[in-house]
Ligand binder design. Structure first.
Ligand SMILES: Cc1ncc(C[n+]2csc(CCOP(=O)(O)OP(=O)(O)O)c2C)c(N)n1
Ligand SMILES: [Mg+2]
Length: 332
């Protein structure tokens, strides 16, 4: 499999552009690699945790053991993994409907999240939030598109006043740029110099509508309209993405908001069983999958970790499924 992976393009509101060149990494056999460098163990473990957590969710749904709905981030896991060490405990994270990876990158707590989704004891939110509506410490997710951005802007204002250099990070998809609230928040973020980091997971589709059919112009152009910096990430290599983002995130902490747009690929359906894409498009998305690419490029690192994490998630699922139902009290 060959693929061109370009690194990153950064465009400041003033129009300065920097391009991080792609790296070509030969595979261990000497065969051409797919462009993914060797990851630190903890990054690979986290990527695999998110992957196996969601594959397990789908299996549980298939067996009728889960209710409600869920949206997987299969293929997009590297986004929160790349951001993980760039965000500290004083920062707020606002997630969305496709948030399992965001939560696991923040807390690593597969037990609490699975219990939440399964409605079992130990659930993060007593089992009433489910897959999409989680609140824990400085982390909040909502399934209502765009709702989180004005809230994140308000929190960013509070953090700026606190003066400790904390930021509010908000994850949104490409489709969420159709919500007016996004622009109200960007306007204030620019005017007030808010420490707001908007992470866009642009997977090229919103439910069933391709980006080209719902978004005029570009996300970069929309950020520029507010004088907000925009950073485009096309790579799926955590080792490339993170150092490129680090200085930009440091600037956010100083009150310079940023839109970091990841061109990414949704491997699965929007939710479950609702993939409207032609099979060729799904196959094309799969060709970008970091999981298969990393297995190809670094089999000696990948396979033992993959087996270990897969087994760990299976154990977690069995343990959580055996728990009694969760209880929730508004007074708790
Ligand atoms: C205000 C609002 N409108 C519609 C929906 C239904 N809905 C849930 S996800 C989604 C598509 C979101 O697309 P995008 O922002 O690209 O995120 P993705 O699902 O691709 O990660 C829609 C329309 C919603 N949850 N909230
Ligand atoms: Mg999308």
């Amino acid at each position: 499999m060959t693929e061109t992976v370009i690194g990153a393009v950064t465009e400041t509101a003033a129009g300065a552009v920097t391009v991080t060149p792609a790296r070509e990494n030969p595979g261990p056999s000497g065969a051409p690699g797919t462009g993914l460098s060797r990851l630190a163990d903890d990054d690979l473990e986290l990527l695999l945790l998110i992957r196996h957590f969601e594959l397990t969710l789908l299996r549980l749904y298939g067996r009728g053991e889960l209710n409600g709905t869920t949206h997987t981030c299969l293929g997009q896991e590297y986004v929160p993994v790349a951001l993980r060490p760039l965000l500290g405990p004083a920062d707020f994270v606002f997630s969305n409907h496709r948030g399992h990876g965001h939560y696991l990158a923040r807390f690593g707590d597969a037990h609490g999240l699975l219990a939440e989704i399964m409605g079992r004891e130990g659930a993060v939110c007593g089992g009433v939030g489910g897959s999409q509506h989680i609140h824990r410490d400085r982390y909040l997710s909502t399934g209502v598109q765009g709702e989180s951005l004005p809230v994140a802007a308000g929190v960013a204002l509070h953090l700026r006043r606190g003066g400790a250099g904390a930021l509010a990070c908000v994850y949104i998809g490409d489709g969420t740029w159709g919500e007016g609230a996004v622009y109200e928040a960007l306007n204030l973020a620019a005017l007030w110099g808010l420490p707001l980091l908007v992470v866009v997971e642009n997977n090229g589709i919103a439910q069933s509508t391709p980006t080209g059919a719902h978004l005029a112009g570009s996300i970069a152009g929309r950020a520029a309209a507010f004088g907000i910096d925009h950073h485009l990430v096309v790579s799926a290599d955590v080792n490339e993405i993170r150092p490129a983002l680090a200085p930009l995130v440091a600037r956010v902490r100083e009150g310079r908001p940023l839109v970091a747009e990841f061109r990414t690929h949704r491997l699965g359906p929007h939710s479950k069983g609702d993939d409207t894409r032609p099979p060729a498009q799904v196959r094309a998305a799969r060709a970008h999958d970091w999981y298969a690419r990393y297995a190809h490029d670094h089999p000696g690192h990948f396979h033992p970790s993959d087996e270990r994490v897969r087994a760990r998630v299976e154990e977690i699922a069995a343990e959580v499924a055996a728990r009694p139902p969760s209880r929730w009290s508004p007074c708790a």
